[in-house]
Design a protein. Structure first.
Length: 302
């Protein structure tokens, strides 16, 4: 015999009202029906839940523990009903995002915060990759959206451009390149270049802006790369939003490379028609476009 879940509701009311008569009145049931429901639960569990020699309906120590567990069960059931109700409104169970580590995280986090404030039932998974690893993860995991610096396009992809981002060729103020002018490619290749490793398993993608020298250190993320730059380990490209403070303080300086020390790219928010976005995916798309636009407006005003 299965446990009657409603019996835990009866137990709660009994404790609150203090008597079977008052509990029956509140539950709009006959007192005998309330007593029978409690007795049936006790027989099923093999435990006395109430002290019947007391004037008030008081739980036994065992009854208190079982009621506490029953209340948790009722809360779980309520949560399930709530989730089912929200899912029936078009919210998907899960939204998976893959983000290129070269993109600013603040607008992404703000968009996710705004989603959380709406208390939607969708679980959000955010994964960070680099270079070809972004699209590889997007396709391998059948993710819903990717925010990517560059990707191989296809007939089913639906890209939306995000505001332009600028990368700057920098080194530490203590590095020999920091004081040289109009540096040639040959001179640049004599020093250690710091770059980000492709996170795809095949490592097929190389940063197209690498300078082709033999002294290259591959790092696993931009935080590590910035720390290496600050230590004077070498030179490399960095997104401007990650090094604004260090440039202002003079810890990092722009490398005066004859071929140019700045380039801009337009990141894309990409979905695929093979996996149409649900309600949470469409909401995130709307919010992330707003947050990136707001970030871009803020930068223009500075």
């Amino acid at each position: 015999m299965r446990i009657d879940v409603d019996a835990f509701k009866v137990l709660q009311v009994l404790v609150e009202e203090g008597s079977f008569a008052k509990a029956a009145e509140r539950l709009h049931k006959a007192q005998s029906a309330v007593s029978y429901q409690v007795k049936k639960l006790e027989q099923h569990l093999g435990v006395n839940l109430f002290c019947r020699d007391q004037y008030r309906a008081e739980l036994t120590p065992e009854g208190k523990v079982i009621l506490a567990e029953g209340q948790r069960l009722l809360q779980y059931l309520t949560n399930i009903e709530h989730l089912a109700s929200r899912f029936s409104e078009g919210w998907e169970p899960k939204l998976e995002l893959v983000v290129d580590g070269a993109l600013p995280m603040k607008p992404i986090m703000r968009a996710l915060k705004r989603m959380a404030e709406q208390q939607i039932p969708t679980k959000v998974q955010l994964n960070m990759e680099f270079l070809g690893g972004v699209q590889e993860r997007f396709e391998r995991d059948s993710a819903d959206l990717m925010l990517v610096k560059d990707y191989r396009t296809g007939p089913h992809y639906r890209p939306q451009p995000l505001p332009e981002i600028t990368s700057i060729l920098v080194t530490a103020a203590s590095h020999p390149l920091s004081i040289e002018k109009n540096i040639s490619l040959f001179e640049l290749q004599r020093h250690v270049e710091l770059t980000i490793e492709d996170s795809s398993p095949e490592k097929l993608h190389r940063d197209e802006l690498q300078f082709g020298g033999d002294k290259v250190f591959y790092l696993s993320g931009f935080i590590m790369k910035k720390n290496a730059l600050l230590m004077g380990l070498g030179f490399g490209w960095m997104p401007d939003f990650l090094i604004a403070d260090e440039l202002n303080s003079g810890q990092l300086v722009e490398v005066d490379f004859s071929g140019g020390n700045r380039f801009s790219f337009t990141p894309q928010l990409v979905s695929t028609m093979e996996r149409p976005l649900g309600r949470a995916g469409r909401l995130f798309t709307e919010l992330i476009m707003e947050e990136f636009a707001a970030e871009d407006t803020t930068k223009l005003g500075e």
